[in-house]
Design a protein around this ligand. Structure first.
Ligand code: MN3
Length: 200
């Protein structure tokens, strides 16, 4: 069994004007597809073949090819799942209560997450994780993620890709505008489902 590029539940143009169709097409069909193929090649005939992507990311002995492409595979799978043309707004349900409990307010969470995304130098990701039942925000370089041993060790439930390939066609150097637009796409129902899967 090898990893497969996930099909999106929306069309490339459906996230406009927040993420443009051309960026989505290149990001999914070229970048994510590349990580997927390179991951499959990097684990072929090794002890990692047949492991889940979470097990691969958590393995402390992975080489750079597996780390970069396994991270790239996992991170983009989560990213596509937690954005939606029908997303945005403020969360409700258990995740809303946990955000209020752990950040004080939704606005405080938004500020902390946006700062993590804006201040990640170069290429990387911003994350909302569940760690020991509590929410936390962090960022990682390159295609690393919180599951990897050198990172926070939480379970990711929300992420934002801040590589330039994720926004440059539409936003050029205006990363803060892209971060603000991302909040119009967050699929809070899906984030809530992931939150509950790690807390109940
Ligand atoms: Mn990307």
């Amino acid at each position: 069994m090898s990893f497969e590029l996930p099909k999106l539940t929306y069309n490339y143009e459906d996230l406009e004007p927040h993420i443009d169709a051309r960026t989505m097409e290149i990001h999914h069909s070229k970048h994510h597809n590349g990580y997927t193929n390179n991951l499959n090649n990097a684990i072929k005939n090794t002890e990692l073949e047949g492991k889940t992507i979470e097990e691969i990311c958590q393995n402390p002995n992975i080489n750079n090819a597996v780390r970069n492409n396994g991270g790239g595979y996992y991170n983009h799978c989560l990213f596509w799942a937690i954005i939606s043309p029908n997303g945005g707004g403020i969360p409700s349900g258990d995740i809303a209560e946990a955000i209020k409990r752990d950040f004080g307010s939704f606005e405080n969470f938004k500020t902390e997450f946006s700062n993590a995304a804006a201040t990640r130098f170069g290429s990387g990701w911003a994350w909302l994780c569940v760690k020991e039942g509590k929410l936390c925000v962090c960022s990682t370089p390159n295609q690393d993620n919180p599951l990897m041993p050198s990172s926070c060790g939480g379970n990711p439930i929300l992420c934002l890709d801040v590589w330039e390939h994720a926004y440059y066609l539409n936003y050029q150097n205006r990363r803060p505008d892209y971060i603000e637009a991302f909040f119009n796409l967050i699929n809070w129902e899906e984030v809530n489902r992931k939150f509950n899967s790690y807390t109940s």
